[in-house]
Design a protein around this ligand. Structure first.
Ligand code: PLP
Length: 451
């Protein structure tokens, strides 16, 4: 078989700026609200939780924001990341379409999360912060942040969703190796955690609960701040380095994608690859589809409701205008831990509502099937989360073949699955159940939203 084509960029060609979609959105996102006063929150309301530079980025409408040299230096240890044409996968499919993927698993954390972890640790350090608290689902975010904090001399406390803590001990040990302290959530360390444990001592936890715990600890100490690995505007901003590079790499191939695909947890890897292409659509009239894929067991984009809701289960965050299943929703324990979040980032939510992007939901077994085919043909074992993007790319190629056309498909391979090998074992043993949330269950989850 012919080798897959790798399209590299040199360090010199690496973009030096992040792209901020807020500059170009036709409808600007609605403001976050204070849950008590129902007034828009100002920067000062967020200052107990985030450093000022990140708050500025959160609300900025500047189109481009410079990447600081200290952040670029670490980026350069693994960026620009490679873009591949999946020739071997195309052959096995017998498709007329071209399939490209941007690989974000080739760094210390094994996922795209390093792109924002490095930036967030840097901006906290610069403002004199000593300790960071955060949550992690599958553990990719926690490991990304652990090394970033170690590098910049910050302590890190990670609340890890209980079900992942039990499923993925390797991720916990990786975080420990980088110097972080890891606690299963819900825990007895916080009021938010104790409240959940009182109701259900066996609670599998959720990202919403872990976020409440991490925020509760952060607001108690002026030298501790909280850090989030997805959802927020500044996180998505940092991830646009992916799409900025991909645009340059696609240019080198002479092809232009008809569709750009990413899996969806809170929106950061999808937005990271898609927003620079969306800019080309909005400003230069490029004809392109942007498609994101979520699990059928956690379908906030396809079955959730666009409304104001909390980002965490205890209601510590501002109210955010987003597609949500309700902040108390506890998703089924599927193996794509990074996709088990009840809400969607504000920017993606507004763009989906306005019809600039598309979303669909898929079941986990079909996604693992796609991931195994990808591993066999391209040689990279994908993260369970990334399997959703792969499965959707396969759908697009098959659809094009049925229509008798050739399309160019680009997807984000958000991470590798080396630490998730036990999920693959379950798949091979036929022990990975499909789970789809019904409309009635969604209605029930949403009816429980109170604030
Ligand atoms: C965290 C994670 C995701 C999901 O989060 P997004 O913010 O939606 O990107 C997807 N893939 C991998 C590998 C992850 O670690």
């Amino acid at each position: 078989m012919k080798k897959s084509t790798k399209i590299s960029l040199s360090e010199k060609e690496m973009p030096r700026q992040w792209y901020n979609i807020q500059a170009d959105m036709p409808n600007k996102p609605l403001p976050p609200l204070n849950p008590v006063t129902r007034q828009p929150v100002g920067p000062e309301d967020l200052a107990a939780v985030f450093p000022m530079e990140l708050i500025k980025q959160e609300v900025s409408t500047e189109r481009y924001i410079d990447i600081p040299d200290e952040v670029l230096d670490l980026y350069k240890t693994y960026r620009p990341s490679p873009l591949f044409r999946a020739i071997n996968l195309e052959k096995v499919l017998g498709t007329k379409s071209k399939i490209y993927y941007k690989y974000e698993g080739g760094n210390y954390s094994g996922s795209h999360k390093a792109n924002t972890a490095i930036a967030q640790a840097y901006f906290n350090k610069k403002e004199g912060i000593k300790r960071i608290t955060t949550e992690t689902g599958a553990g990719q975010w926690g490991s990304a942040m652990s090394f970033a904090c170690q590098h910049f001399g910050l302590e890190l406390l990670v609340f890890m969703v209980r079900v992942s803590y039990d499923q993925k001990p390797g991720r916990k040990l990786l975080m420990n190796t980088y110097g972080a302290k890891v606690i299963p959530s819900p825990s007895n360390m916080t009021a938010a955690g104790r409240k959940i444990l009182e109701l259900d001592p066996e609670s599998p936890g959720s990202l919403g609960i872990a976020i409440s715990e991490a925020m509760e600890v952060a607001v108690q100490d002026p030298y501790t701040k909280y850090s989030l690995g997805s959802v927020l505007n500044h996180v998505i901003l940092h991830q646009t380095i992916i799409g900025q590079e991909a645009l340059l790499q696609m240019e080198k191939t002479g092809d232009y994608p008809d569709v750009v695909i990413g899996c969806f947890g809170g929106g950061s890897n999808f937005s990271g690859i898609a927003f620079p292409f969306l800019r080309e659509k909005l400003l230069n009239g490029k004809d392109i589809r942007l498609l994101t894929v979520e699990p059928a067991s956690c379908p906030k984009l396809t079955k959730g409701k666009f409304m104001y809701d909390f980002g965490d289960s205890a209601g510590m965050t501002p109210l955010l205008p987003m597609y949500t299943l309700g902040h108390n929703f506890i998703p089924a324990g599927i193996h794509a831990g990074g996709l088990r979040y009840h809400g969607a980032g504000v920017l993606v939510s507004q763009l989906l509502k306005d019809g600039f992007i598309e979303a669909k939901a898929k079941m986990q077994r079909e996604c693992f099937e796609g991931g195994v085919l990808f591993a066999k043909t391209e040689g990279i074992l994908p993260a369970p989360e990334s399997n959703y993007a792969i499965a959707a790319a396969l759908d697009e190629a098959r659809k094009a073949d049925l229509e008798g056309v050739s399309r160019t498909i680009l997807f984000n391979l958000s991470g590798h699955g080396h630490m998730d090998i036990s999920a693959y074992e379950k798949y091979f043993e036929n022990n990975l159940p499909d789970h789809e949330l019904t409309t009635a269950e969604v209605d029930e989850a949403i009816s429980k939203i109170t604030f």
